[in-house]
Design a binder for this molecule. Structure first.
Ligand code: PBG
Ligand code: ZN
Length: 339
């Protein structure tokens, strides 16, 4: 063989028609092979609203498919969640008694504390139990803090929150999840837990939680609407992003183990920036309003629910979430395992 004749050489330009990005989209197997983001049942955290008593199951009209239920019924749902590969739940209490000081939030026999004990007794460490650590479900006024003269007081609130966290951890919660947005609460909770010898209980902080209209169905579910005003003096303004990063930095310094970004779908830029800022696990909260909008549109036959839900959840992971708290968890896990 002689030398390659000059005419056969060709400069290969790094553009069309040499480059054809469609090559790797040709078959399902190729697409699967090159997929950058994976969504799996173990990424999903299922929220549950726990009622006192037994054999209770109340549908939440604005959240089709979601119930307030007593712990005996919750155990059945949790069992099916585990069978589908879901590893974690997040508990919200719907207590019978509410007062201005959120007393029922920190009682050792409170609705959530009892539920945690029962759930841990049943499933042990096969299941990660997360407890929402806030006051709004337990206060007569529905705010996330202690009130004096119409003001939501920061420092007295974090004292109460610390006691709530300790009571949940004592009951067996693996992770406490402050969702109140008071300043300094992660530090206060960490100290209180450590002082109580609960050094292994982790803190998932809702470090960047926005004042969002998308929480409306949740407030039906948790019966936690504020009786006056709104949450804008503690939850964040949707116009701000740098402030979210400040909130995250503060909670990191205070000792959060995991970060929650909430809501998810209208805040994917926050999620992506948070991903670049921290190395700890990030959870995104696909909130009630995001759930209800999908349910409503699919009930009308306007969208393909399965495809839309899986696309949205994948988008949240792609933006930077490691895990997603979502009311779609059971259905999504079913769809994922059917694939
Ligand atoms: C309250 C709390 C809220 C949610 C979780 N914890 C609502 C609120 O701030 O009023 C919302 C979750 C959802 O909408 O699914 N601390
Ligand atoms: Zn709250």
């Amino acid at each position: 063989m002689g030398p390659i004749p000059f005419q056969c050489w060709r400069l290969i330009p790094l553009s069309f028609p040499t480059v054809r990005l469609r090559r790797l989209r040709r078959t399902p197997a190729l697409r699967h092979l090159v997929a950058e983001t994976q969504l799996a049942p173990k990424d999903l955290i299922y929220p549950l609203f726990i009622l006192e008593g037994r054999n209770q199951r109340q549908p939440i009209p604005s959240m089709p498919g979601i119930f307030q239920q007593s712990v005996d019924n919750a155990l059945i749902e949790i069992d099916s969640a585990l069978k589908l590969g879901i590893k974690a739940i997040m508990l919200f209490g719907v207590p019978e008694e509410k007062d201005s000081q959120a007393t029922s939030a920190l009682m050792s026999h409170g609705v959530v504390q009892q539920a945690i004990r029962k759930i841990k007794e049943t499933f042990g460490n096969d299941l990660v139990v997360m407890a929402d650590t806030c006051l709004c479900e337990y206060t007569s006024h529905g705010h996330c803090g202690i009130i004096l003269d119409g003001q939501i007081l920061n420092d007295p609130t974090i004292e109460v929150l610390s006691q709530v966290a300790v009571s949940q951890a004592e009951a067996g919660a693996d992770i406490v999840c402050p969702s109140d947005m008071m300043d300094g609460r992660v530090q206060a909770i960490r100290w209180a837990l450590d002082e109580a010898g609960l050094t292994d209980t982790a803190i998932l902080s809702h470090a960047s939680k926005y004042a969002s209209a998308l929480y409306a169905p949740f407030r039906d579910a948790a019966q936690s609407s504020p009786s006056f005003g709104d949450r804008k003096t503690y939850q964040m303004d949707c116009r701000n992003k740098r402030e979210a990063l400040d909130e995250i930095e503060q909670d990191l310094l205070e000792g959060m183990d995991m970060l929650m970004i909430k809501p998810a779908l209208s805040y994917l830029d926050i999620l992506q920036s948070a991903r670049n800022l921290v190395n700890i696990p990030i959870v995104a909260y696909n909130v009630s309003g995001e759930y209800s909008m999908v349910k409503a549109a699919s009930e009308k036959g306007w969208i393909d629910e399965e495809k839309v839900v899986l696309e949205m959840l994948t988008g949240v992971k792609r933006a930077g979430a490691d895990m997603i708290t979502t009311y779609h968890a059971l259905e999504a896990a079913q769809w994922l395992s059917a694939h």
